[in-house]
Design a protein around this ligand. Structure first.
Ligand code: ZN
Length: 339
């Protein structure tokens, strides 16, 4: 069959699929503003399923990706499940839908910190990628340019560090607490620092017409004698919570409650997450402000221990301690959330 016939046939198949079947959805609010596609959701040894969330205001072709532990593989799985079918791409080549989404829809990466389980997918997809900005705190961009895209571990994909630069990615240093617009999009983003073991991690607020999603990279609980980064974050976003404009928080619960205090590696357990969310309620002026608040729970650690299902265990522990009416959802790879 001539090539152009094949292409037409493929296009017709695409139309038929889009016309006859609904795009799968795991959770849908009655009046959703954003779509979240989970490209990867875990931490630990699940190296095809590591933190990465695509966020897109519905009805637009403007998406950002928060962290990139798993990127290309996550997009391909999402395509296979049909969860990318609603994105209004312009098919203009032999690229797969996943490829179109990466090249046309994704306007920027928001990188919380440079640990490999948050950036490995970006490294591996970078040769196939189109030029994009990387928004991060200055500390994170410095590590990416000096220690990752440095001409030794990988090519110099960014516009800083060892020369010559390939320059596909432009590093955008963010100032904590200062909103900025992502170039060529209607999305505003703001970053705040988080404490995470020996490195600085980041929380990103993504806003579209005053409505917002909050994504937290890895974080530890505030310590009495340390920085109060989570408390400061809650103070900054409390007005959005009070006005009902924070559609969802994406946040990690890495270890179950029986993980000892001295083995947390800068992460949260369900009891720590619940304590911090109670603090959010307090900061907002009362628990009624956070009743029904959606928290998409990410970053559950997978190990080689034969200890049952850690996702179920963490969900159970969150629900058992949930005296504040939070709507917890355990993130699943390739799931699509309309929030
Ligand atoms: Zn980390």
């Amino acid at each position: 069959m001539p090539l152009h016939h094949l292409k037409t046939l493929r296009d017709r198949l695409k139309t038929t699929r889009a016309g006859k079947t609904e795009t799968p959805v795991t959770f849908a609010d009655s009046h959703p503003i954003f779509e979240i596609v989970a490209l990867g959701v875990r931490s630990g040894v699940t190296d095809g399923n590591l933190s990465s969330y695509m966020v897109r205001p519905l009805g637009t072709n403007e998406a950002v990706i928060c962290d990139t532990g798993t990127l290309g593989h996550g997009l391909k799985l999402a395509e296979a499940k049909g969860v990318l079918d609603d994105i209004p791409i312009m098919p203009d080549s032999s690229l797969s839908r996943a490829g179109h989404v990466l090249k046309q829809s994704v306007r920027a990466y928001l990188i919380s910190h440079a640990h490999l389980d948050h950036v490995a997918g970006l490294v591996l997809s970078s040769p196939e990628d189109t030029p994009k900005p990387i928004y991060a705190l200055p500390q994170t961009n410095a590590i990416l340019s000096e220690n990752l895209f440095n001409g030794r571990v990988w090519g110099v994909m960014g516009d800083r560090g060892a020369k010559p630069h390939i320059g596909k990615y432009s590093y955008k240093d963010m100032t904590p607490g200062q909103a900025q617009t992502i170039e060529g999009s209607g999305l505003n983003i703001t970053a705040w620092p988080l404490s995470h073991a020996s490195t600085t991690s980041t929380a990103f607020l993504i806003q579209h017409h005053e409505q917002a999603i909050l994504y937290l990279g890895d974080t530890q609980a505030d310590q009495p004698d340390g920085p109060q980064n989570l408390h400061e974050l809650w103070k900054a976003i409390a007005p959005l919570v009070q006005k009902g404009k924070l559609r969802t928080i994406i946040m990690g619960a890495t270890y179950p409650d029986n993980q000892p205090d001295n083995a947390l590696c800068g992460q949260l357990r369900p009891k720590d997450l619940l304590a911090s969310l109670r603090d959010l309620g307090h900061v907002c002026g009362g628990r009624h402000h956070i009743r029904g608040l959606r928290v998409l729970v990410s970053h559950v650690k997978e190990t080689f221990h034969d200890n049952g299902n850690p996702v179920q265990q963490i969900y159970r522990e969150l629900q058992d301690g949930n005296d504040i009416g939070i709507h917890f959802m355990m993130a699943e790879q390739s799931a699509r959330y309309l929030v």
